[in-house]
Design a protein around this ligand. Structure first.
Ligand code: PMP
Length: 390
C-alpha cells in the first residue's frame, strides 16, 4: 500500500514546467509591481519605468553576448517570442521565399505557427532527428534551399534533454537558407549561450526558466534580420511587440540573468552530479530506459521511458510521495496522442506512453536521490501489477 505522506518535504522535479522566483530577484523587482509609471509616458515618472526596462535589456544582452541591447525585444512568454520569430520573419521575407523548416522535436509553440503558415501557402517541412534526438545534419542540408526563410531548432529539448549542435547547424543553415531561430527556453541558464559565437539569428528566452517571474519572455534579433510585426498596436519594443510592458517581470528577468550568469557553472555542475546519480540508479530498474542523449544532455534533465505503464499514472503515483515529475506523453496537448518528440526519436506509440521526465533545480540535493529512487521503484512495481499493458 502506498503511504500518503503530505507532511513529508516536497521534492520538486518539474523545473521545466515552472521555477520558483529567486528571492533575490523578487527583492530586486518587487518595488516595480506598484511604483512605476507607463514607460511610454514622457513625464519623469514614466521615464523612470523606461530606464528600468533599458537596464534589464542591457543585462540580458550581456547574458547571451548579444551585439547590443537593441537586439533584445521583450515579449510576454516563450510562445510569443517563437511566434514573432517565425511568423514575423516568414511574412517580412516572403518575396525571398516561402519555405520554412523546424526539427521534428520542436515545441508546439514553434510547430503550430509553422503549420498555420503552411495553411496559407508556405512550404513547411520537418527535419528528422536520430534516436537520441540529434538533428540529422544531412537531412537538414538536403531540405534547405535559398527559399528557406527560417529554420527553427531547440537548443536543448525540454522533453528528452538533448542538446543540439547549434554552431554546426548554423553553418549549414547559412550555407543555403536565411535565418536560424533557436528556442533557448529549456537550455538558457543551464548551459552558456553565445549568440554571436554560435551564429544565432533569433533566440527565444523565457523569464521563468531563469528563476524570474512569469509574464516576460525575450526575442533576440540579430542586427540586420528582417522581422515584421504580427500584432500591430502602440509600437512598443521597436514596433515588434505592442502593448504596455510588464515592468515587474521585465526587471526580474534582467536580474535573473545576472544571477544565472554568475552562478550557472557551479550550479549546473552540482545538478549534473545529482542527475547522473538519478539516471544510473533509475535506468537499472527492469525495462526502464533513458530517453535522449546520454552525454549531450542538459545538466538538470533526466528522462526515461518505463515499459508497460502510463506516464500519467507514474506522475500521480509519484505525487503521492510528494515528488513532482512530468510526463512527456499526452498532457501538453490534452489529447491521448503520445508525445510527438518521443515518436520522432523512433519510439512506438505504446512505448511513448510510459514517459517520466525529471528536471532538477536549486531546491534539489544529492541526499534526495535515495528517496526519489525508492519512490520510482515502488511506483513501477505497483503500477505494473495493476497494468493491463504488461
Ligand atoms: N519552448 C519550449 C522548449 C517549451 O518547453 C515551452 C513550454 N514548456 C515553450 C516554448 C512555451 O513556453 P510558454 O508556455 O512559457 O510560453
Amino acid at each position: 500500500m502506498v503511504l500518503i505522506m503530505r507532511d513529508m518535504k516536497r521534492i520538486y522535479l518539474d523545473h521545466a514546467a515552472s521555477m520558483p522566483v529567486d528571492p533575490r530577484v523578487l527583492q530586486f523587482a518587487q518595488p516595480y509591481l506598484s511604483e512605476v509609471g507607463n514607460p511610454s509616458s514622457l513625464y519623469e515618472f514614466g521615464q523612470h519605468a523606461k530606464q528600468i526596462i533599458e537596464d534589464s535589456r542591457r543585462k540580458i544582452a550581456e547574458f547571451i553576448n548579444a551585439e547590443s541591447e537593441k537586439t533584445i525585444i521583450f515579449t510576454g512568454s516563450a510562445t510569443e517570442s517563437n511566434n514573432i520569430a517565425i511568423r514575423g520573419t516568414a511574412l517580412r521575407n516572403k518575396n525571398d521565399g516561402t519555405e520554412i523548416l523546424a526539427s521534428a522535436i520542436e515545441h508546439i509553440s514553434v510547430l503550430n505557427p509553422m503549420k498555420d503558415l503552411q495553411k496559407n501557402g508556405w512550404v513547411f517541412r520537418t527535419i528528422p532527428v536520430d534516436s537520441y534526438g540529434i538533428v540529422d545534419l544531412h537531412q537538414l542540408s538536403a531540405l534547405l534551399s535559398k527559399n528557406t526563410i527560417v529554420t527553427s531548432i531547440n537548443y536543448g529539448n525540454n522533453e528528452i534533454g538533448t542538446i543540439e549542435p547549434i554552431k554546426k547547424i548554423s553553418e549549414i543553415v547559412h550555407d543555403k537558407g536565411k535565418y536560424l531561430h533557436v528556442d533557448g527556453k529549456a537550455a538558457a541558464g543551464r548551459i552558456p549561450i553565445d549568440v554571436q559565437a554560435e551564429g544565432i539569428d533569433l533566440l527565444t528566452l523565457s523569464s521563468n526558466d531563469l528563476y524570474g517571474p512569469k509574464g516576460a519572455g525575450v526575442l533576440y534579433i540579430k542586427p540586420g534580420v528582417k522581422v515584421q510585426s504580427i500584432m500591430p498596436g502602440g509600437g512598443q519594443e521597436r514596433g515588434l511587440r505592442s502593448g504596455t510592458e510588464n515592468i515587474f517581470a521585465i526587471a526580474g528577468m534582467g536580474e535573473a540573468c545576472v544571477i544565472a550568469k554568475k552562478e550557472m557553472k557551479s550550479e549546473s555542475n552540482r545538478l549534473q552530479n545529482i542527475r547522473d546519480k538519478l539516471i544510473s540508479e533509475i535506468k537499472v530498474i527492469e525495462e526502464t530506459y533513458l530517453t535522449g542523449h546520454p552525454v549531450n544532455r542538459l545538466p538538470h534533465h533526466a528522462s526515461f521511458r518505463i515499459s508497460h505503464i502510463e506516464g500519467e499514472s507514474i506522475l500521480l503515483s509519484m505525487d503521492m510521495y510528494n515528488i513532482q515529475v512530468a510526463t512527456g506523453s499526452a498532457c501538453s496537448s490534452k489529447t491521448l496522442e503520445p508525445s510527438h518528440v518521443l515518436l520522432a526519436i523512433g519510439l512506438k506509440h505504446e512505448e511513448a506512453h510510459g514517459s517520466m521526465v525529471m528536471t532538477l533545480g536549486r531546491s534539489n540535493t544529492i541526499s534526495q536521490v535515495p528517496e526519489i529512487v525508492k519512490a520510482v521503484k515502488e511506483t513501477v512495481v505497483r503500477l505494473r501489477n495493476l497494468s493491463p499493458l504488461k
